[in-house]
Design a protein around this ligand. Structure first.
Ligand SMILES: NC(=O)c1ccc[n+]([C@@H]2O[C@H](COP(=O)([O-])OP(=O)(O)OC[C@H]3O[C@@H](n4cnc5c(N)ncnc54)[C@H](OP(=O)(O)O)[C@@H]3O)[C@@H](O)[C@H]2O)c1
Length: 255
């Protein structure tokens, strides 16, 4: 798809992958609106990129999402909804069979899964009315193979991946002109995984891969190790599971 001249809403665009995407989309001539919960982060982003429009909004909160929809409609609407906002609750400290673990899992589903469905539903008619439009859902390498230390996060991304495939097919069947992309990042160097020492790719590299995939209408966008894990998970599932869960990380799970 052509990105130049398009208006793109990026949820969670105040830092990390979302802000890097905002920067690269602006550079190719798109208009970009970002959201986030933390106003000071959004203010800093606008200071760095003054053409950005920033709206404070929590992607996991239904009232915020509705207010965001009406604000954006007043601004003239969007062509692309990029669901980037996502959370992972550190499970290592939570164990696997207690209330805190369950609360963490519910919060991950609220933001990573239900929040995305809610925003997609709100913006669907607007997107359908555009000449060329798209939804981008951010899953993860962990939507293909679960991480034992991020079990509920992996599950939330896996749920989002199945929903994304079904949404794409549903829209095709009803003849709606809305492209549905899935971005599967590997480990990317952002605040979310600041404490991880494993191999990471840069935000720049991930977003270059995203933009390339969008421009080629490649609906499932795997970047870096996500490509390798995709093939290994199909043909050598036990091996791919061990790559994602090396023996040394299993030690973290022991009391
Ligand atoms: N980094 C990785 O290795 C990796 C790998 C696979 C997938 N992903 C996915 O890629 C996406 C971006 O990750 P990232 O690494 O850039 O994360 P990050 O560094 O933690 O940044 C997330 C951004 O989203 C915002 N945000 C978080 N929760 C939000 C909410 N409920 N509503 C609105 N904004 C929210 C945060 O700002 P506020 O706190 O101000 O809201 C922050 O600006 C996520 O969906 C993540 O699951 C990341």
């Amino acid at each position: 798809m052509n990105l130049k001249g398009k208006t793109i809403l990026i949820t969670g665009g105040g830092s990390g992958i979302g802000l890097e995407a905002a920067k690269q989309f602006l550079a190719i001539g798109a208009k970009v609106i970002i959201t986030g919960r933390n106003q000071s982060k959004l203010d800093d982003a606008v200071k760095s990129y003054p053409t950005l429009i920033a709206i404070q909004s929590d992607a996991g909160n239904e009232e915020d999402a509705s207010a965001l929809f009406y604000k954006i409609r007043e601004l003239g609407g969007i062509d692309i909804l990029y669901n980037n906002a996502g959370v992972g609750v550190p499970p290592i400290n939570l164990g696997i069979a207690n209330d805190a673990h369950l609360k963490g899992a519910a919060y991950e589903m609220e933001v990573n899964y239900f929040g995305v469905i809610h925003l997609n539903n709100l913006f669907m008619e607007m997107l359908k009315s555009r000449e060329e439009s798209a939804i981008i859902n951010t899953t993860s390498i962990l939507s293909m193979v679960p991480s034992l230390i991020e079990a509920t996060y992996s599950a939330s991304k896996s749920a989002l991946a199945f929903y994304t495939t079904s949404l794409r097919e549903h829209l095709r069947i009803i003849g709606a002109n809305v492209k549905v992309f899935e971005l599967l990042p590997p480990l990317v160097d952002t605040d979310m995984v600041a404490d991880r020492t494993d191999k990471k790719i840069s935000k720049e590299q991930l977003v270059k891969g995203l933009i390339n995939g969008l421009q080629q209408d490649e609906y499932t966008i795997r970047v870096g190790d996500s490509k390798l894990i995709y093939f290994l998970s199909r043909y050598l599932p036990k091996f791919s599971f061990r790559l994602i869960n090396p023996a040394k990380t299993n030690l973290l799970l022991k009391p």
